[in-house]
Design a protein around this ligand. Structure first.
Ligand code: ADP
Ligand code: MG
Ligand code: ZN
Length: 629
């Protein structure tokens, strides 16, 4: 869930921290003991201490805290020469003092710091953040009550300028692949930066802002850097989440600082990442907590309005949530150009792989095209990560060049996480084997299901076993029968558990499957009009609850429709569940054989799996996109 506010968080943690702080203080005075019992309330300067020492007024000295504090017994001439206990802070290093004390024959004792030193160290570490946090808290409180509060916080923003500046990004358009349309659109921005005269001469107003819209990892940051790189101008960057600090006014002052610096360095490019963090629709949101964001946003708008388009500053912002952005940001003269940067298609993936394989040693038999085909849904960042993982594996295996086996392992790793150690043989391993073979057999005999790529009992990430399918095409359009097939396939694991071990023995292992199944079925009913309710769209896109994007998108249907939706979802799932169970029952013999084989070998690839199944029952032909190798 995303719907918590930092303010609530702060209010909750602060009392805890403060209580912790006081507890600690208590423990200092009892625990450190050193000065504790001997507390001398009166302090004396080091200079006077030396005077007393030289004039023979000192009776005894006890050193504490690695010799940084002393409790001195001295005769105070001002109070009838009575013995007084005085506390002296000593300079950090004063070995000559010991010599002097010896010389003058003064009683002295050294109290070593036992483990209190650690305590002090720890306390030192703790105090700082605690103090900082409470100080910030007060600051925040005060400015909150002050109309136009930033006054105090401004210097704060200045002292902790959190934007980065790169004089040269070193990134060129050649480094960005697979998003040609976006690149083309932005080519012009390079010209704006390089030769603004060309536009101003004919009276054209140069746009100030470009908004890059797209999912994470598609190369938005990279693209912005490439523009700066191509134009040869400095690159200022800040992330929206950094703008919005906890305290009112800080964000706004950062915006001011940023624009000030940028103006000094024009022509240049300002890149604002995650602009949705500051640029959410104003005046909306749950639980308040928006004034800081609003101030920051207002400041940003003011700054953008405040300079001429021809001043040589171009602002590029990136977001993956354009739907929540404040409409004021999109007005002419602000982010009036919007460029989509989407996940790459197969051709784009190939180009990105080409870019990232430039500096890597790759075995000649590897086909980047095959990799591109195997990685639908991968973003540019995923692909870069994939090749890097493969290179790491290659180095670890002491090979000369990346081979398909490293690529395969790297894909698995990027998709499903780190490989774990296989379970030892036993009941739960058998159950997992049946579960996975259940998925795979349903996926194999149901005609519209994507073909099995492999089944494995080697754990990865959260999963104890995995069944991989190769999507048959670019996952563009998916038919109802494909969805039904996927739901049945996802049900296959639980169905196998039930059929083979009985209802009492089913496990939590199917939790993820059921979640997927329910989600798919629900979408079929509410978004794709694939149920008896007819072709209706009953839910907006996403449906995610977020702060600040207006009110929660509430269901736009009656209780009655809601219960009919539930009904339809249930029907779809029940149908698929029954189908999966029937397939398991009908194929028990081959399932047992496959499970034995899987336990023995840990992994069975799709080809072999299909061949074995074909010995027992009919296996429908499926289009294969196996890697060419
Ligand atoms: P975003 O800002 O969209 O989240 P980034 O620009 O930070 O994505 O991408 C992260 C990394 O992924 C880049 O540094 C680059 O190595 C790689 N990458 C992403 N998209 C592309 C692309 N289109 N072409 C080449 N590399 C890419
Ligand atoms: Mg980015
Ligand atoms: Zn499963």
């Amino acid at each position: 869930m995303k719907n918590f506010s930092w303010r609530a968080l702060l209010l909750w943690t602060l009392p805890i921290l403060i209580v912790g702080f006081f507890l600690f203080q208590g423990s200092i005075s009892t625990n450190t003991g050193n000065i504790g019992n001997n507390t001398a309330s009166t302090r004396m300067t080091y200079g006077r201490f030396l005077d007393y020492l030289n004039t023979g007024k000192v009776a005894s000295v006890e050193l504490y805290e690695n010799g940084r504090t002393a409790i001195v017994q001295a005769m105070d001439p001002e109070i009838d020469e009575r013995l007084q206990r005085l506390r002296v802070d000593l300079p950090a290093n004063s070995p000559e003092l010991i010599a002097k004390l010896r010389e003058a024959n003064i009683k002295f004792d050294y109290h070593p710091v036992t483990n209190d030193g650690a305590l002090w160290g720890l306390l030192g570490n703790l105090i700082f953040p605690i103090v900082l946090i409470s100080a910030l808290f007060f600051l925040f409180r005060r400015s909150n009550n002050m109309p136009g509060g930033p006054g105090q916080a401004m210097s704060f923003g200045k002292s902790r300028a959190r934007f980065q500046m790169e004089a040269k990004t070193g990134v060129m358009f050649d480094d960005v692949a697979g998003i040609d349309e976006a690149k083309e659109e932005l080519q012009e921005v390079v010209t704006f930066l390089k030769q603004p005269e060309r536009f101003t001469a004919v009276g054209a107003r140069i746009p100030k802002g470009v908004l890059l819209i797209g999912p994470p990892g598609t190369g938005k940051t990279l693209l912005a850097k490439a523009i700066a790189g191509e134009a040869g101008v400095p690159f200022f960057s800040i992330s929206g989440s950094e703008f919005v600090e906890m305290f009112v006014g800080v964000g706004a002052s950062r915006v001011r600082d940023l624009f000030k610096k940028a103006k000094e360095n024009a022509p240049c490019l300002i890149f604002i990442d995650e602009i949705d963090a500051v640029g959410r629709q104003r005046g909306a949101g749950i639980g308040g907590g928006n004034d800081e964001r609003e101030q920051t946003l207002n400041q940003l708008l003011t700054e953008m309005d405040g300079f001429e388009g021809n001043s040589g500053i171009i602002i590029i912002a990136a977001t993956n949530r354009p739907d929540v952005l404040d409409s004021a940001l999109m007005r002419p003269g602000r982010f009036d150009r919007q460029v989509m940067v989407d996940n790459p298609d197969i051709k784009g993936r190939l180009e990105i792989l080409e870019v990232h394989s430039r500096n890597k040693k790759i075995a000649p038999e590897i086909s980047l095209e095959a990799i591109a085909r195997r990685t639908p849904g991968f973003s540019g960042a995923d692909l870069a990560n994939l090749l890097n993982e493969a290179a790491i594996l290659t180095a670890r295996r002491r090979k000369e060049a990346i081979t398909m086996s490293e690529i395969d392992d790297a894909v698995d790793r990027v998709v499903a996480g780190m490989e774990g150690t296989p379970l030892v043989d036993g009941k739960s391993k058998r159950l997992i084997a049946y579960h996975e073979v259940g998925h795979a057999i349903v996926g194999t005999v149901v005609k519209d299901h994507d073909p099995v790529q492999k089944v494995t009992l080697i754990p990865r990430g959260q999963a104890q076993g995995l069944t991989w399918f190769t999507p048959n095409e670019e996952q563009g359009l998916i038919s109802r029968s494909q969805l039904m097939a996927r739901i049945a396939g996802a049900m296959g694991g639980r169905a196998a558990e039930e059929e083979i071990f009985g209802y009492d023995e089913v496990t939590t292992g199917a939790g993820g499957d059921l979640q997927q199944v329910t989600e798919m079925a629900r979408q079929m009913v509410t978004r794709f009009g694939m149920s008896d309710l007819g072709p209706l769209s009953l839910e907006g896109q996403g449906g995610e609850v977020f702060l600040g994007g207006g009110l929660m998108s509430r269901a736009e249907y009656s209780e009655e429709v809601a219960s009919r939706i539930d009904d339809q979802v249930r029907q779809i799932i029940e149908h698929s569940h029954n189908l999966a169970r029937k397939i398991i029952r009908d194929n028990r013999e081959v399932i047992d054989r496959l499970v034995d084989l899987l336990i023995e070998r840990e992994t069975i690839d799709g080809q072999e799996f299909r061949q074995i199944v074909a010995e027992y029952t009919e296996v429908p032909e499926k289009e294969q996109f196996a890697p060419q190798l």
